[in-house]
Design a protein around this ligand. Structure first.
Ligand code: ATP
Ligand code: MG
Length: 510
């Protein structure tokens, strides 16, 4: 018995326990079995959920779970897509991917992962919002009732947007889609609305231009930019809009109003298609995976107007979609049209003819915004849509007709002038009173006697006249937002004064 070496036995036992312990630890870990362009398949991983963040043991790389299959997990490597290799071990790390929020993010340019891209210090906040969250339920919501003024006359008059609405901006490339969204952000100055601009797969030069425009107009103070540049991996593009809306949700729950722009969801869908094809998911129509509708519906559902009990905050979403040769019946455009509450349709034909913003008023709609339009705007803009529709129809017809009756001539004349007053340069939003005055004098026919080329100049004169002699009217429109008898009377007086002013100088001589 004395021959037994107790020390050796103890050592053997210790080693066995170590091995067993490490085995147990390894049992919770997954192994990367495949990598393609930063997208990985992890085997042996149990109990993980979608949206969870894992960590590569060897390299500390963070990996986002994109899908859970029966035998494996599909995921994308964040920040350092080249760091991992097959055979690396993966462990659970964070329950869910979060985005920074709170007042600190205002005025900043961030990546969809919350990293600073503007050369300023890292955001150090405890306010973290899960990137994937379920949308507010029906009971928590209330119908859209407050206007979100864009300052763009054609939009505010004909396709009004309400706080909590989802209005799609759709059109071919280079038709002024981004400009509409940026002008809407610029117009929120002093209106207690915070803004988030999400650039998805945009060239850095374009995002830099957006930042410059917003900064020059003093709009960065209340705006956060989330940028995923074209050079970034598809997973980052895919994440960007969810990060943007997560950041906005924090403010909405505090009772604030937020405007979120997704520029654009076509590129978002392409990024998701790339991820899905890398993961060998079966391609469907236009090679998009079957669940491409769901990625946009669950995003846009998160835009809402909360009820008073929940603080009354709102998220208004302006998603942008690019069409090819005006084809709105392609897969992604039809999907997003069906998810949103209306669309602003931009046309290259109008854009090249100098009608900018190039809004096609015939097929642009706002399904809930009418309820949010101010009383005065509804009154003065009431007849504009019909007049424009009649004008476009007549204009097409009159190319062939040699003789037109007086009535048609008058409609053509008025239509041309309406089209002219709805032109508006980029970055120059109107206030409510300016929009009201312009529509009032145009629909009253004051421009019918002047040449179209003089009209833009006259709009400036109209505004100056009102500022100099009708300041009471301006205050009344801005505070009451109603076409009361008193406002109506003053508008008539202003029209008379304006007609006098333009009579001798600008009237068509005939
Ligand atoms: P892309 O498809 O490249 O994203 P887009 O549809 O977003 O383009 P913008 O970038 O907004 O279009 O505008 C294209 C060009 O048209 C820009 O140079 C812009 O300054 C000009 N533009 C847009 N709107 C107006 C406007 N109302 N008046 C004058 N110019 C405008
Ligand atoms: Mg654009």
């Amino acid at each position: 018995m004395n021959n037994i070496d107790l020390t050796a036995i103890k050592e053997t036992l210790d080693t066995t326990v170590d091995v067993l312990n490490s085995k147990k630890h390894d049992a919770d870990m997954g192994i990367i079995s495949m990598i393609r362009d930063g997208v990985v398949v992890i085997e042996n991983m149990k109990g993980v959920t979608m949206g969870e963040v894992l960590q590569a043991v060897e390299t500390n790389a963070e990996i986002l779970v994109l899908g859970v299959e029966e035998n494996c997990v599909h995921a994308a490597v964040l920040r350092t897509p080249d760091a991992v290799k097959t055979g690396d071990r993966v462990q659970r790390f964070l329950p869910n991917l979060s985005m920074v929020s709170g007042t600190e993010v205002l005025g900043r340019v961030l990546s969809p992962l919350g990293d600073a891209l503007d050369g300023r210090p890292r955001i150090s906040t405890t306010v973290l919002e899960p990137v994937e969250q379920s949308a507010p339920g029906v009971i928590d919501r209330e119908s859209v009732s407050e206007p979100l003024a864009t300052g763009i006359l054609v939009v505010d008059a004909l396709v009004p947007i309400g706080r909590g609405q989802r209005e799609l901006i759709i059109g071919d490339r280079q038709t002024g889609k981004t400009t509409i969204a940026i002008d809407a952000i610029i117009n929120q100055k002093g209106k207690d609305v915070l803004c988030v601009y999400v650039a998805i797969g945009q060239r850095d030069s374009k995002t830099a231009q957006v930042i410059k425009t917003l900064t020059e107009n003093g709009a960065m103070e209340y705006t956060t930019i989330i940028s995923s540049s074209a050079a970034e991996p598809a997973a980052v593009h895919y994440l960007a809009p969810y990060s943007g809306v997560a950041l906005a949700e924090h403010f909405m729950r505090q009772g604030k109003h937020v405007l979120v722009v997704f520029d654009d969801l076509s590129k978002h869908a392409v990024a998701y298609r790339e991820l899905s094809l890398l993961l060998r998911k079966p391609p469907g129509r236009e090679a998009y995976p079957g669940d491409v509708f769901y990625i946009h519906s669950r995003l846009l559902e998160r835009a809402a107007k909360l009820s008073k009990e929940h603080g009354g905050g709102s998220i208004t979403a302006l998603p942008i979609v690019e069409t090819l040769a005006g084809d709105v019946s392609a897969y992604i455009p039809t999907n997003v049209i069906s998810i949103t509450d209306g669309q602003i349709f931009l046309e290259p034909k109008l854009f090249y003819r100098g009608i900018r913003p190039a809004v096609n008023v015939g097929i642009s709609v706002s399904r809930v915004g009418g309820a949010a339009q101010t009383h005065i705007m509804k009154k003065v803009a009431g007849s504009v849509k019909l007049s424009l529709a009649q004008y476009y129809e007549l204009a097409a017809f009159s190319q062939f007709a040699s003789e037109l009756d007086e009535d048609s001539k008058r409609q053509l004349l008025r239509g041309e002038r309406l089209v002219e007053v709805l032109k508006q340069p980029a970055g120059k939003p109107y206030t409510l009173w300016q929009e009201v005055l312009i529509l009032f004098v145009t629909t009253k026919g004051l421009f019918d006697t002047v040449e179209v080329k003089n009209i833009q100049g006259l709009l400036g004169i109209l505004v100056e006249l009102a500022q100099a002699r009708f300041s009471g009217l301006i205050t009344e429109i801005e505070t009451e937002k109603k076409l009361s008898d008193s406002v109506q009377k003053q508008l008539e007086e202003l029209s008379v004064a304006f007609a006098e002013l333009i009579k001798e100088k600008y009237a068509i001589s005939n």
